[in-house]
Write a protein that binds this ligand. Structure first.
Ligand SMILES: [Zn+2]
Length: 321
């Protein structure tokens, strides 16, 4: 079963045999050619993904089922912090230290303050052109009998805010809670989520107080059990129903976009290679390619808020009634 911690081992997720075979073939091919630096260069360029937007648009125009896998890069352009990497701290912790079942068991007040802060922060954030172009594309294509599904690791609901309907949130949502007693999952957009969290959760130095008593943290309306954020924490498995839904979408898609994350990094690394192995084109939209993205058909470098809107705009062959 896939666990959240697998993102640390993303390199392993790629099929090394496929890669090395392709690279080997490419090198042998180049090696057999008469020594000509120009020919060699062309040979290597052919091994790389295309960044030709006209070619991509032709593929896009024919696609009936488009799967769009999105990662943190899409939200970063809306100013949503990940609390990971250099400088990514809330108080003295990074997300990996707070987004765990162990941290919640040890100090539910601190973890709730962290999530309360993130929920409140999201109230001031808006979808960017990448989110909006995806949502508009779904609406437009649905009138043509074509489908778009968004598979995201983001928990901020910016895709939903932008108007995306067909959405698979593999890591859950900041705006859902789950009861630790009865398991009930509910949407929750309250601000603050409970009176005791009002004015709490500020980043910076650790608060000096003893924290919020557990009985004053968010509680279940049905059984009064302690609620937790309905998000997949590090070390937890992904929801099997959502994974099944993702698998179905990946089996029927005839074009796959990887946006704001690398195809080599979780979660796209879980999904994109299997799509690619079926011969379905995969297009990456992110800041930089990696040496191994030659497995995929297209790569468009740059902020996806800039690269995605022209890619998903109405194609001249689209007939809109
Ligand atoms: Zn309950």
């Amino acid at each position: 079963m896939w666990e959240r911690e697998n993102e640390y081992y993303s390199g392993i997720l790629m099929n090394p045999f496929h890669f090395s075979t392709r690279r080997l073939v490419s090198q042998i091919y180049c090696g057999l050619k008469p020594a000509s630096s120009k020919k060699q260069r062309i040979c290597f360029e052919m091994a790389r993904p295309s960044s030709n937007m006209v070619d991509f648009r032709e593929v896009f125009a024919k696609a009936k089922h488009i799967a769009i896998i999105t990662g943190a890069g899409v939200s970063a352009e809306s100013g949503v912090p990940t609390f990971r990497g250099a400088g990514g701290y809330w108080r003295k912790w990074q997300a990996q230290e707070l987004a765990t079942p162990e941290a919640f068991a040890r100090n539910p007040s601190r973890v709730w303050e962290f999530y309360h802060y993130r929920r409140e922060l999201m109230m001031s954030k808006h979808p960017n052109p990448a989110h909006i172009s995806i949502a508009e594309c779904e609406t437009r294509l649905s009138k043509q009998g074509r489908s778009v599904v968004v598979i995201t690791q983001n928990i901020d609901e910016l895709h939903r805010k932008a108007g995306t309907k067909h959405l698979l949130e593999i890591h859950g949502s900041l705006f859902k809670t789950r009861c630790t007693s009865c398991g009930n999952v509910t949407e929750n957009y309250k601000s603050p989520i409970c009176p005791a969290l009002a004015g709490k959760g500020a980043p910076g130095p650790e608060a000096k107080d003893a924290g919020i008593p557990v009985e004053d943290l968010p509680r279940c309306e049905d059984c009064s059990g302690l609620l937790r954020p309905h998000v997949v924490w590090f070390g937890e498995t992904l929801d099997s129903d959502i994974l099944t839904a993702v698998e179905k979408e990946l089996e029927i898609c005839d074009l796959c976009l990887v946006v704001g994350t690398s195809s080599l990094v979780y979660p796209a690394a879980m999904f994109a290679p299997q799509v690619s192995a079926r011969g379905v084109p995969v297009a990456e939209f992110n800041m930089q390619s990696t040496p191994a993205t030659d497995k995929f058909s297209f790569h468009f470098a740059g902020p996806c808020g800039t690269t995605l809107p022209p890619a998903l705009a109405r194609h001249e062959t689209e007939i809109i009634s």
